[in-house]
Write a protein that binds this ligand. Structure first.
Ligand code: SAM
Length: 297
């Protein structure tokens, strides 16, 4: 029996079933698409996520009017822009302002005071924070608002926000959010750092100007160095162990000695020889880069 193929979608309503849209990818198709995604982003699609991947491929076929799964796959190999769009389509961009309040408390009451002392001691006046896998910007803007509130005025700060989802980066850059998106923001921040307009909320320039959005894929070296704090939360959870280790090693290289790393609360560096030290604070757990540079084994 010939392998079953994903049919070419047609726009007519009700045509999906007749065109075989409910059919599944062949095992070979599934394997080569998921290998490509893994090689290009570290994102791992296991058999349990197969239907999700099929849905995303169907969607791209529809949008690009690709003739077949096979021709679409070959197009991905040839067209870097379509590959970016495809990778964007397989990412999960769920996020919210002040996600995991305990992290922001540890940031404000534990990390920042220590950082201020360190900066004073080293006679430095610049704090640099990276939100790696920033999605639509809620995380870097939350970070920037906290820094704006609690850093002494003689210290300046910048937040670098990066992702592989171009659509998400554009939303982040615009800094405009609907009413449902701003729900978790403490009232004092909402009043001070957002302008209510056009039925939504615009982040004020004072904050947007401190955040730089950039495309960056965590499977590559970012070239960033001397970071004081890195947030990489709910990103490596989509990677397999090898890709997680490699990504964490790259984060490590970007960070100053005694700097701090926040990862998602369901993520862990347990069992990885990373050079990060597990730190339990009154508010939440986080990781500190130890002085010596160790490499991930
Ligand atoms: C679930 S969101 C997390 C957003 C935010 N950090 C948070 O915790 O709310 C995961 C983000 O990681 C991004 N991502 C996935 N793989 C990536 C990679 N290889 N390089 C950079 N970003 C990646 C996705 O595009 C997505 O926006």
């Amino acid at each position: 029996m010939p392998p079953r193929r994903l049919a070419i979608p047609r726009p007519a309503i009700g045509a999906e079933k007749r065109q075989g849209m409910s059919e599944q990818l062949t095992d070979t198709d599934f394997d080569r698409f998921r290998r490509l995604i893994y090689d290009e982003s570290g994102i791992h699609f296991g058999p349990n996520n197969r239907s999700v991947l099929e849905g995303r491929i169907r969607d791209r076929l529809r949008r690009t009017a690709a003739g077949s799964v096979d021709s679409y796959y070959r197009r991905l190999l040839k067209e870097p822009q379509e590959l970016k769009e495809f990778l964007d389509s397989v990412t999960t961009n769920l996020t919210r302002f002040f996600r995991n309040t305990a992290h922001f408390e540890a940031f404000e009451y534990f990390v920042i005071p220590e950082l201020v002392e360190k900066k004073r001691h080293k006679r430095e006046n610049r704090v640099r924070v990276w939100s790696a896998g920033c999605s639509t910007g809620e995380e870097p803007y939350s970070i920037a608002m906290v820094l704006k509130e609690v850093l002494p005025p003689d210290l300046t700060f910048s937040v670098i926000a990066s992702d592989i989802s171009l659509k998400s980066l554009m939303i982040g850059k615009a800094g405009f959010y609907g009413a449902t998106k701003v729900k978790g923001i403490p009232e004092r921040f909402l009043e001070k750092y957002f302008d209510e307009k056009d039925g939504g909320y615009q982040v004020v320039p004072e904050i947007t100007e401190s955040v730089t959005f950039d495309y960056h894929n965590l499977i590559n070296d970012s070239g960033l160095r001397d970071l004081d704090v890195v947030f990489c939360r709910n990103v490596i959870i989509y990677f397999d162990e090898a890709a997680q280790k490699a990504a964490v090693q790259r984060l490590y290289q970007t960070m100053n000695p005694y700097s701090y790393l926040f990862i998602g609360h369901s993520e862990s560096l347990f069992g990885m020889n990373t050079g990060f030290e597990f730190v339990k604070t009154k508010w939440s757990c986080l990781y500190r880069k130890s002085e010596e540079r160790l490499s991930v084994s």
